[in-house]
Design a protein around this ligand. Structure first.
Ligand SMILES: Cc1ncc(COP(=O)(O)O)c(C=O)c1O
Length: 391
């Protein structure tokens, strides 16, 4: 007798997710299969996680070798994988120190704590306010929903954590006014707002943040949870904009499918947190770290240039296509605004064997960075057909 997974899930798992009517059982590369054996080309990658696709052999080998050696140590002891991963992360980004956790929200929590502590000790001229952007998304914990600039995530969970204010993305005048008035100790943002609708920030807006930070002394924190690890065609999205933040956070793709979060600190703030200030039982877990090291080592110039080529291919195919209103995003993080309802397109694509997801009212594409061109072409054709349907 086959188990009714959907019924079991609905009965026993708290109903926080509106799942697609699909039970996935296995996959390889950019192909996944449901419980009836139907094949799909996956352009969601578990929301920007499986950046080398499903069951990637090199990553799986790194993970299983570590799994069969030492699966967990706690942070009471030293262990090699997380030390090596921290070195690689710092060397690739010119940063100085890393704190490891298990998710994007936790990486941001750590950034918020560290920035608060740094500011309390070093920025007495500034206020205990962190400025984040309207329409941002920084996670689901109480502090990170407070940082998130969308009321929909706030409304049922008040009181929120104090000390967060929001300023509209790409509005330089409002930014200048808010910085002048609030004197925040930090500004935190995603270079491309992912959950907010795949919206890249303007270069001029980011330049202004950098300019104001020099004038006022506030810290710049970049949330690279979704944009990071090659997704936008550079290792981290701030590299597209030519600046280096004081702190950046990442998760999702870094783990390649295992939970990991990293908060990465520049030299300036590297000593902000001291022994006992923060911790995590699983943070820097050897298995997740061994996998992440493998992932990071393989995000090289060749892969990044492939990301940009594939991005151009998708944009060229879909720009101006029937039913497409606009395309936004960067690299392999793209949002398609369509005439048809995005949910209907997503359902039709699923029916035709292509998995895409949603961001606000857009069809969002987050394929594996190494998706074979053949799979991508086939998927884009199906997406194009379903966007044009009935238009
Ligand atoms: C930009 C950004 N920050 C933080 C998060 C939260 O990450 P996690 O779900 O791993 O806690 C997400 C998740 O979508 C995200 O896109």
């Amino acid at each position: 007798m086959t188990m009714n997974v959907k019924a079991l899930d609905r009965e026993y798992i708290m109903g926080t997710y509106s799942r697609f009517p699909l039970t996935l059982t296995k996959g390889k590369g950019s192909k996944v299969y449901d419980d009836e054996g139907k094949e799909y080309i996956d352009l969601g990658s578990g929301i920007a996680v499986n950046i080398f696709g499903i069951a990637d052999e090199e990553w799986a080998n790194a993970v299983t070798a570590q799994l069969n050696t030492l699966q967990h140590t706690s942070n009471l002891y030293y262990s090699e994988p997380c030390a090596k991963l921290a070195k690689a992360l710092c060397e690739r980004t010119s940063m100085s120190k890393v704190f490891f956790s298990n998710s994007g929200a936790e990486a941001n929590e750590c950034a918020i704590k560290a920035a608060r502590k740094y500011a309390a000790e070093n920025l007495p001229q500034l206020n205990s306010v962190m400025l984040t952007l309207v329409n941002s998304f920084h996670g689901r914990t109480i502090a990170t929903i407070s940082a998130t600039g969308q009321d929909v995530f706030h409304k049922d969970f008040k009181p929120l954590v104090e000390g967060f204010e929001h300023t509209p993305a790409n509005d330089i005048k409002a930014l200048e006014n808010n910085v002048k008035e609030l004197k925040p100790f930090a500004v935190m943002f995603e270079c491309v707002q992912g959950e907010g609708g795949v919206l890249p920030l303007d270069k001029e807006f980011i330049d202004k943040i950098v300019e104001l930070s020099k004038e006022y002394g506030f810290l710049i924190i970049c949330d690279e949870v979704q944009t990071g690890n090659g997704r936008t065609g550079e290792l981290y999205s701030f590299m597209n904009y030519g600046f280096t933040p004081d702190i950046f956070t990442t998760a999702k793709g870094l783990g390649g499918g295992l939970p990991i979060g990293a908060t990465v600190f520049s030299e300036k703030v590297a000593e902000a947190m001291k022994s006992g200030d923060h911790g995590s039982t699983f943070g820097g877990n050897p298995v997740a770290s061994a996998g992440a090291l493998n992932i990071l080592e393989r995000i090289d110039d060749k892969l990044l240039s492939e990301v940009r080529i594939k991005s151009d291919y998708i944009i060229n195919e879909l720009k101006g296509a029937k039913g497409v209103k606009s395309i936004s995003g960067m690299g392999l993080m793209l949002g398609i605004e369509t005439e048809r309802d995005a949910s209907d397109i997503i359902a039709d694509c699923m029916n035709d064997g292509v998995l895409v997801i949603k961001a606000k009212n857009k069809v969002r594409l987050l394929p594996a960075l190494n998706i074979p061109m053949e799979d991508l072409k086939k998927a884009v054709e199906i997406i194009k057909t379903n966007i044009a349907k009935g238009v």
